[in-house]
Write a protein that binds this ligand. Structure first.
Ligand code: DSN
Length: 420
């Protein structure tokens, strides 16, 4: 029996249920993944006990000799992984990283350009209900109505007209490659700084499957838990001249004590991403997304922009006559976990949405390939074509659970969890 089972059986049971759910369902949420057993171990370590306000060598409390080693190792590995001049590994999330990046570079009221949330941006890219939209004057850019891809000429014209101090490039529901070099040129020509938010594609960048924003951006923010497969958390990479401003904006500007246990997990994940095998993993994510996209289109689903170049797919559920919400819920009933999403120029509310976002990082972490993606697509199409059919849902759920159980889950079924 584990310590938790003995001391808090109620919580132990909830965690066991979640572990079973993660093993028996197919995880297709594009921003989720399975951290390795090593990442989980470091994240659950005794560093959860330590306060370490400040930075390596300059802490406000005593007893930080090992904290300094943890944070320095994370920084050094992140610098090597992404070729960054300076890295701050303390942001506790992507939103915190973005807040600190803004605090380091712009003032309240300044003009910023970002893709709006309903077109595939992020809350912290200027949504009116978020601090970003409340503090700064965000001018949203959009994707082209026909191609549903970023129109760099239109973005260039908008920058010329609106003269932003900062341009944000990086998205949560954009299935195509991002031309960071073109964004950098637009920023330079218009006297703006470029901030890339590579949260979704950080693992693809690390694995050489997407052009890196690091060399051409003034600063880059990211989460560490999506394609990068680390613990929940954020990070900022920047040019040397922004180092001091970024560090001050993180601490004491927006955060207190760093989460050293998460930073330990980040260091382990960066170490894993530095291994040659991570290139194969990143390549497999992209190949799997392409295979899934093709099979979904053959099954009659329209995909936003007509396909994918990265780890994610945005399906237009209008093509099968239902909303994104209905699709998400029907698939959940069949053990296929996705999320509803708006599509560009959506006419439905964000809570309902016309889109369904699907990603391959988590299934790829379980060792699946294109053949498995085609099976997954056939289950998705079966359910979406009969979303009210309980019989279909039931039989797909049984097939999915048996199929899912036959693929190991990193950090769950590849380790002996102390259960007895
Ligand atoms: N929630 C993340 C996503 O799903 O893309 C963004 O913060």
């Amino acid at each position: 029996m584990s310590t938790l089972q003995r001391t808090d059986p109620e919580m132990a049971a909830i965690i066991a249920d979640e572990r079973t759910r993660q093993v028996e369902t197919l995880e297709l949420i594009a921003s989720e993944n399975y951290a390795s057993a090593a990442v989980l171990e470091a994240t659950g370590s005794v560093f959860t006990n330590k306060y370490a306000e400040g930075y390596p060598g300059k802490r406000y409390y005593a007893g930080n000799q090992h904290s300094d080693r943890v944070e320095s190792l994370a920084i050094e590995r992140a610098q090597r992984l992404f070729g960054a001049e300076h890295v701050n590994v303390q942001p506790t999330s992507g939103a915190e990283a973005n807040m600190a990046a803004y605090f380091a570079t712009i003032q309240p009221g300044d003009t910023v350009m970002g893709l709006s949330l309903d077109q595939g941006g992020h809350l912290t890219h200027g949504s009116p209900v978020n601090f970003s939209g409340r503090l700064y004057r965000f001018i949203p850019y959009t994707v082209d109505r026909e191609s549903e891809t970023l129109d760099m000429a239109a973005i260039r014209a908008l920058a010329r007209e609106s003269r932003p101090k900062l341009i944000v490039a990086g998205y949560t529901a954009y299935p195509r490659r991002i031309d960071f070099a073109a964004f950098a040129d637009i920023a330079r020509q218009n006297g703006a700084l470029l901030m890339a938010d590579m949260s979704h594609i950080a693992g693809l960048v690390a694995g050489g499957q997407h052009a890196s924003p690091v060399p051409v951006s003034d600063l880059v923010t990211t989460t560490t838990h999506k394609t990068l497969r680390g613990p929940r958390g954020g990070m900022i990479l920047c040019k040397a001249e922004l180092a001091e401003a970024v560090d001050k904006a993180v601490f004491p500007g927006t955060q207190g004590g760093p989460h050293l246990h998460s930073i330990a997990g980040k260091a382990v994940a960066f170490g894993e991403a530095l291994e040659p095998a991570f290139v194969d993993y990143a390549r497999q994510i992209v190949e799997n997304a392409a295979a899934l996209a093709e099979a979904l289109m053959e099954g009659g689903l329209r995909l936003v922009s007509g396909g994918t170049d990265n780890h994610l797919i945005l399906a237009d559920c209008n093509s099968v006559g239902i909303s994104g919400l209905k699709a998400q819920n029907a698939l959940q009933g069949a053990g296929v976990i996705t999320n509803k999403n708006t599509i560009p120029y959506d006419t439905r509310s964000p809570f309902v949405g016309s889109g369904l976002r699907l990603g391959t990082p988590a299934l790829t972490s379980r060792g699946m390939g294109p053949a498995e993606m085609r099976r997954v697509a056939s289950w998705i199409v079966r359910v979406l074509k009969d979303p009210d059919g309980e019989g279909v849902r039931e039989s797909v759920r049984e097939e999915v659970a048996a199929f899912a159980r036959s693929f190991p889950v990193p950090g769950i079924t590849d380790v002996a969890i102390a259960m007895s």
